[in-house]
Each structure stands twice: as structure tokens, then as C-alpha cells.
Design a protein around this ligand. Sequence first.
Ligand code: AMP
Length: 415
Amino acid sequence: MTINDYKFAGKKAIVRVDFNVPLNENGQITDDTRIRGALPTLKHILEEGGALIIMSHMGKPKGKVVAKYSLKQIVDAVSAALGTPVQFAEDCAKAAEQAAALKAGEVLLLENLRYYPEEEGKPVGIDKEDPAYDEAKKAMKASQKEFAKTLASYADCYVNDAFGTAHRKHASTAVIADYFDADNKMLGYLMEKEVQAVDNVLSNIKRPFTAIMGGSKVSTKIGIIENLMDKVDNLILCGGMTYTFAKANGGEVGNSICENDKLELALDIIAQAKAKGVNLVLATDCVVADAFSNDANTQICSTTAIPEGWEGVDAGPESRKAFAAAIEGAKTILWNGPAGVFEFDNFAAGSKAIAEAIATATDNGAYSLIGGGDSVACVNKFGMADRVSYISTGGGALLEAIEGKVLPGVAAIKG
Ligand code: AMP
């Protein structure tokens, strides 16, 4: 079922959203992006004459009631965003009466799902090495089903709009879907958009396709690099992983971040790119600093001849040009991870050059997807958020999707 086709009039919808918003010490929301992200779905259901039961997690209370993670703190903000009063259920597993009393247009927000260990389905207070662990896990999986069934019993249909947790098989993100037939469960608008964005870079590709992978380490990005290798025309590998490649090629990298146990892997990636006809773009020059600080002394040098006592902190001018050239002609672009320590203004030029090239390509009709916290922070820092096609709201979920993994939250609905 799709959210546009479902007839919500007179129905109760239980909607999983990601209201895990940051709060300050006074319990005030410091960034309401996630609440705004869910509004199209929530408003649509209310406008169509449905009643809403909203559920979410907040923080990591690890299966216990922890006041600082109470969703009660956001009731007023959700109410203001929806433009209607929001009722609150103090115990998400004992909300049957409140749910049953809801009338069309009314809204009930459930307390933090993760106050119950059943939400995540991991046994608590028992070590993985303990011989009784497997039994405890089995018992927890059984109670997770009961918990999901209880949540499902509140509503006529289930909507999942929490992309940020779509890579988790939790009670509210996946298990609950077993208690609704295919005609009564659907993705929300945010999830639909995210799934479409991933499809645009994995299946529905307009060529040339340039992927830019940065960040600190090659080891955390290897799954994605390998999955993309079969799809891209240009692959820019930048950021901290530059120096693992430079060393693998026989270079001197000084104090740069370098994974010495991944040198073989780096050579294998270079060989794979060659075999598959992928244009692999690695930095040839870099900004080096004599300390990990914005005020450090800097110089430009080759990525394979970094003096002792200096570390590579950003892409150099020649590399920025090469990156921009591979981006500006592209029709599909994926960016994850900065090209340098962009948090320091003096080491942000490489990431800025990438963001500018992506914005230019997008102006010229390319589809650009930006995902992963740091590259999102980059486009925001450089004021280019409006000049890219889509900024993903999911960190881990987006990365797993790009690795080619099936997201349990999506599979539970689409099969
Ligand atoms: P990741 O979480 O792996 O995507 O890495 C993001 C982090 O990588 C950012 O905080 C950057 O500051 C950092 N980073 C990028 N380039 C470098 C570099 N050359 N040396 C050290 N850290 C880097």
C-alpha cells in the first residue's frame, strides 16, 4: 500500500517517526529538523480524517525509564508543529484505552519506546559470553513479538516514516509490520523520498556517475566502495583515507592518519578500479599541518612526500581541481565524507571545492545525493544545502542502503 492510496478517514494510524531530537539541559529542542521531516506524513493522515498514534525513541535509555529521554518534553513542540493538541501516553505498552478513545483528527504521542528493552530486542544484564545468553535472547525475541503486537493492537494501519532507524530490526520499525496485512502498512513520505534517493544512485543511474567518498578511514567505507565500484564512472576517494593509499603506493606520509593494516586493501581497490574501467581519482597534493589545530603552520606538498612531523589535513589545490573536473561533468553524484578536517576553517577548502562542484553540476541538471552526517554538515557550513538535489536524513541507514544491504524497515513493508 502507499500513503497516497490509503483511505485514512475514520482509521487510526500508528506511525513510527524519528523524534530523537537533540535537547539542551533545560529539555528544550535545539534542532527540530526531524520533527519537520515527519510533518508531511502526519499532516496528510490528519487532513484525510485519520487519527494519529505517534511512536518514537529518544536517546539510549537502554530498556529503562530515564527522565531525560522522556518524549513528554517534546509534546508542546509537536503540538505546535501539527497545529493541534497532542495527548501523551505515559507508558507506550499500556496505551490501549487512550488509543481506543481517539477520534478523527486527534493525536496521541507514546512515551519513548526504548524504555522497554523489547523495542531493540536485545537481552539486558547478560553478557554475550554467558552460556545462558542464547536462551535469554530467545526469550527476548518472544517478548519483542508480544510488545510489537501490543503496539499494533492500537491501530488499523501502520506507517513507517523513520528512515534513521530503518536499518534496525526493532519492534516498532520492523516486527510490528507482521501484525498488519499488506493493504494496511506503508512507508511515509520521508521514507519514500529516501528510498527513491537511494534508488537514483544505485539503480536508476544517469551517466556519468561520480561518487565521492571521504572521511577518516578506508576500513569503515570499504563495503560502500566495493558496492559502488560496479556502478560508478568516477570514484573520488579523499579525506584521511588518502594517506593509506599514498603509503600503499610507496609514499612517505609523515604523521598523517594511515591504516597500516589496510595497505593491501588499498592496492586491491586500485586494481579493481582498473579492471572495471572506473576512473579512480585520488589526491595528488595536500595541505599538511605541523599540528592538529586550525592555527598550525601549513604547507602544500605531494601526498607521497609528506615530511616527518607533518600530517595531511586537506586536499591540495591540484587535487581540488581534479575532483571538480570529475564532478562537474557528472549527471549522478553521491557524496559521503569530507575531503579534509573541515571542522577547522583552514582545512575546509577541499570539502568546499567538492560542495561547489556538486552545486554547479546540480544547477546543470545532475542528480546529487548527500548523505552521512559530516558531508551534510559540510553543505550546510558552505551554505549550499539548497543547491543539491537531496540531503539524506539517515546516517547509518543510508550507508547500509548504499552498501546494497536490504533495510529491515523497508523490507517489512515492501516484502
Ligand atoms: P567519517 O566519520 O569516517 O566519515 O570521518 C569524518 C571525519 O574525518 C571528519 O571529522 C574529518 O575531520 C575527518 N577527516 C577528514 N580528513 C581527515 C584527515 N586528512 N585527517 C584526519 N581526519 C580527517
